[in-house]
Design a protein around this ligand. Structure first.
Ligand code: GDP
Ligand code: MG
Length: 397
């Protein structure tokens, strides 16, 4: 699963991306250097189960710091969008390739209103960030509509199309944008479109595309530049309309991570505060800058919001949960004796069988049963996993 960072120029996408992918502690098995210029690894942060289970863990695929598990995830910094991008303005279609790969989107909005729709500076607070939310969603839908509409006459006029054939045809057409057939089926249902597609109006198709966007590219708003005073008034309105909205200061998070990387402060992504390591090491300027972050962001907001965006994208938009597979349910180890080595992300609703298949198809195909490491109860292959489950998988191999 990958999350794309989208928004207009100068909203703070690259600052957000740099902050989110600046890793304070490397994880050996992962290439933490940026994968491609606009790709990088970030972490999810979740309370680790090791304390509750009374063990000291030896994580392999993730890291555990002060009882918090940090699990690697992939981020894409998408090129900036401007109104009319779907008709070729700005970078135009270059965006589509990144969009295709993203399973969910973080829309970085300049909540301070200090840049216009094109990202050019305006007087503080002059631009209404709600306008940016509206046009960006419209642009995404315009793109999807173009893809769907291409060859639509030919597709829709095929005789005697069943609802299933309609869904297949649309899913095939839209597969380039990463849409899945089940998402198409759900969108058709929500749009009350079933049969005779040749008779669907443009409005019908636009309605369909609206649902497709929400299902296939779920999005949250990162209301950025919350450190600027003009953001405060806009925050409330951004939250209206039911969109998941997180107040963010990408710049504050970047500064905190850089200071932590240099060993100047103790700070983990998502912490409510930082602790200067040796006060003497901080220059007066650095000290003042960090105090400012505390005063403008951490004290009033609680956190910088970057970690919350990453967590929300995976846990809320993509409905992921964390499970800990182990080979030995008594000692909670893998075959090499590492305690709670892996924290895996799976979709809510996944079964034990799904987990086994994800770890290895061989394990999935030869699955006998599972063991819940907490109570040593046996689990059938259709057992639905819960967040924080520690399970051992027993197979014939
Ligand atoms: N005050 C403030 N400025 C920010 C914040 N995040 C980014 N910026 C500034 O906004 C400008 C554009 O940022 P950038 O990340 O390059 O935007 P992008 O074009 O969307 O990638 C830069 O001058 C950043 O320093 C923030 O949280 N607060
Ligand atoms: Mg940028």
């Amino acid at each position: 699963m990958q999350v794309g960072i989208v928004g207009k120029p100068n909203a703070g996408k690259s600052t957000f991306f740099s902050a989110a992918t600046l890793t304070i502690v490397p994880i050996a098995n992962y290439p933490f250097t940026t994968i491609k210029p606009n790709r990088g690894m970030s972490y999810l942060r979740t309370p680790c189960v090791h304390k509750e289970l009374g063990v000291v863990d030896q994580p392999k695929n993730s890291r555990c710091i002060d009882g918090e598990r940090f699990i690697p995830v992939e981020l894409i910094d998408c090129p900036g969008l401007v109104p009319g991008a779907s008709t070729g303005r700005g970078l135009g279609n270059q965006f589509l390739d990144d969009l295709r790969k993203a399973d969910a989107l973080v829309h970085v909005v300049d909540a301070s209103g200090t840049t216009d729709s094109e990202g050019k500076p305006t007087e503080a607070g002059q631009h209404d960030p709600m306008i940016d939310v509206g046009w960006l969603e419209k642009e995404l839908e315009a793109w999807m509509f173009q893809v769907l509409h291409k060859d639509w006459d030919k597709t829709s006029r095929r005789p005697n199309l069943t609802p299933d054939e309609i869904a297949t045809a649309i899913a095939d057409r839209m597969s380039g944008l990463g849409l899945k057939k089940f998402q198409v089926e759900e969108s058709l249902r929500l749009a009350s479109l079933r049969e005779r597609p040749a008779q669907w109006s443009k409005d019908d198709l636009m309605r369909l595309v609206g649902y497709l966007r929400k299902l296939a590219k779920p999005m949250l708003l990162a209301a950025n530049k919350i450190d600027l005073p003009s953001s405060k008034g806009n925050m409330k309105r951004l939250g209206e309309g039911g969109r998941l909205t997180v107040p963010v200061s990408a710049e504050a998070e970047l500064a905190l991570r850089r200071a932590a990387e240099k060993g100047l402060i103790s700070y983990k992504p998502g912490d409510h505060d930082f602790v200067p390591n040796e006060a003497g090491k901080l220059t007066p300027e650095q000290k003042a800058a960090l105090e400012m972050i505390r005063k403008q962001v951490l004290s009033p907001e609680g956190v910088t919001g970057v970690q919350e965006c990453i967590n929300s994208a995976f846990f809320k938009l993509l409905n992921m949960i964390v499970v800990y597979p182990v080979a030995d349910p008594e000692r909670l180890t893998d075959h090499s004796g590492n305690i709670l080595p892996d924290a895996l992300l799976v979709q809510k609703g996944s079964t034990l069988k799904d987990l086994a298949m994800k770890i290895h198809t061989d394990l999935g195909e030869h699955l006998l049963y599972g063991i819940n490491a907490r109570n040593k109860m046996r689990l059938g292959e259709s057992y639905v996993l819960n967040n924080g489950d520690v399970v051992s998988i027993v197979s014939t191999t």
